[in-house]
Ligand binder design. Sequence first.
Ligand code: WT7
Length: 672
Amino acid sequence: MTKNVASKNEEAGKKWVKEDPDKEDVYWPSEELKKKAWISDPKIYKKAKEDPKKFWAEKAKEALDWFEEGDEIYEEDPPYFNWFIGSKTNLAYNCLDRHLEDRRNQAAIIWEPEPTDESNRILTYQELYREVNKFANALKDLGVEKGDAVTFWMPMIPETAIAALACQRIGAWHSIVFTAFSPDAVKDRMDDAGSELLITADGFYRGGKTATLKEKIDPILEELGTDNCVVVNRAGTEPEMKEGRDHYFDELIEDKESYCEPEKLDAEDTGFLLYTSGTTGKPKGIKHSVGAYAAQAALTTKWVFDLHENDVYFSTADMGWITGHSYSLYGPLLNGGTTLWYEGSPYYPNPDRWWDIIEKYGANIFYTAPTAIRALRQKGSDWIEDHDLSSLRLLGSVGEPIDPDTWKWFFNKVGEGRCPIVDTYWQTETGGILLTSLPGIGPFVPGVAGPALPGITYDVLDATGEPVDVNESGKVVQKPPFGIGLLRGVYKAHEKYKAEYWSEYGDKIYFSGDGGRKTEHEVGGNRLIEITGRIDDVLEVSGHRLGSAEIEDAISDLDEIVEVAVVPKPHDVKGEVPAVFALLKSDVEVSEEIEEKIVNIVREKVGPVATPGAIYFVPDVPRTESGKVIRRFLKGLVKDGELGDMTTASNPECLKELAEITEYNGPEEFEF
Ligand code: WT7
């Protein structure tokens, strides 16, 4: 029988041990918490280290059902590597079929729509299974085959989960594009992946409004000559439907068979593509494997979120991001869990919607991003106080460093001082969480992501490739054998793959693009690492990744612009926003109109998520002798930080003027 809320709360209240009230905050789980956790013995780190390949082979076997098992665990051909060679499995089969016997009546997905007068949808494992099978057959009828890329421009509605699982079932690759990216951004990704099918919705609800999708994407479908478009009727906006090309989701599955044989896929077949921003040019199609990705999603969800029978797990991550893939959908379902999805804005109708949802469904685990926590904190703790959040047992954070202040608010106000916070560091490329403290082991240090998971080797290196000392900073890298879920390449772009990840320290060390600090804390022989942020030309806006290059490319299209540089500028809520340094043609006056043009073209080419937070019209930008813009100075200026050696610029005198324009208030003196 379930205990009543009060007694659960009392029990939970004892679950915390703070090391020393006078020292830096370091928290350890109590005995009760350890007792419940799947992993509570730090020996696992040592055991994994002894033979990481064997460790992963054993764990992968435990995590998934495999149709066939190959002989080889790991092979390397730098900068490529493979896991579980010759083994066969299917992600959708593992999410659904194998749970039918034990939990077919259990909720797989609880979906909460944004409008408060609309009822929720709860899909049991049986219902989800049926829908996925039908839609898989529909995909086949539309000519989709194993290895075909299917692009999604979909909101957080159950059909997104159904369609993703259906792709997995037949071995097609979903390529999901976030709805806050523009139709142009969808076009680039469809084009690169060669998608002949787009799955979208007529619209969805966000912030009390209806956002439309289908009507916005129509010109792109025309331009690309796309064969088919599946449309979910979510908001009843009745978009134009082109005969023969556009199909309503419901009509399409109506007469389909309710069983579709799951494709027996090779562990190293590609499971899906997900486009993400890099340091150069257009976004890259990150390739993930079928088997190892699935095993990693299953295992990390179990270990890090400590998912148990009957838990309600609430991740606020959208399916447009890797977090949505691994931890809103696949991870929880692979474990036979219940995942809670919410369609809309956390502020609708009031800024307590998430607290309301946690209370309504008795959510036990809550995973979100620092930017959202900061924003909700700004709305005031009063919004929380009326809600009973005693069901929560564990909190998670992802996407950017969480500052200790925000950590403490999250810990005390949302977790009521009772729930551990797993600060999970990972990337689109890693497919799953790699650095974090485990709930049954700890320690939890505000602002510090944590140690590498068992079986994973992370380090912080200096410029020469040597590991830095404790308390020193450097570049964050991963060493072999590589995380089972790490990317298997960039779609159709070998050189990009090599340049982006395997050039900093050669092809046997994966460079993340992040800077980090080795802390004095250690667990099971693994150092806790503090991630200090990107050190390449990638921005993290509200935890969403954008490349300086793609925003610059968009702005360069304007006739008025001679040159443009985009760097991240710190922002209270969003973490970072794009700051634009623009050089106008000599006959163009600075005006509100040109400012608006810049904003509009970024929104059009990249999407609203990339909207510039500051635009500076400047007479020049600092350059090297060869004319390359030195972003380091611009970054330093907008964050009031250090600029470093100014003599490396061929035109250092421009810095003084830039300092005035950006209202620089940092430590540098200018003497020119
Ligand atoms: C970048 C990856 C991981 C899914 C969401 C973002 C930053 C991510 C943390 C964290 C500090 C973090 C890094 C990383 N990041 N998690 N816990 N602490 N920084 O995926 O869009 O691929 O971005 O997000 O800079 O490289 P992504």
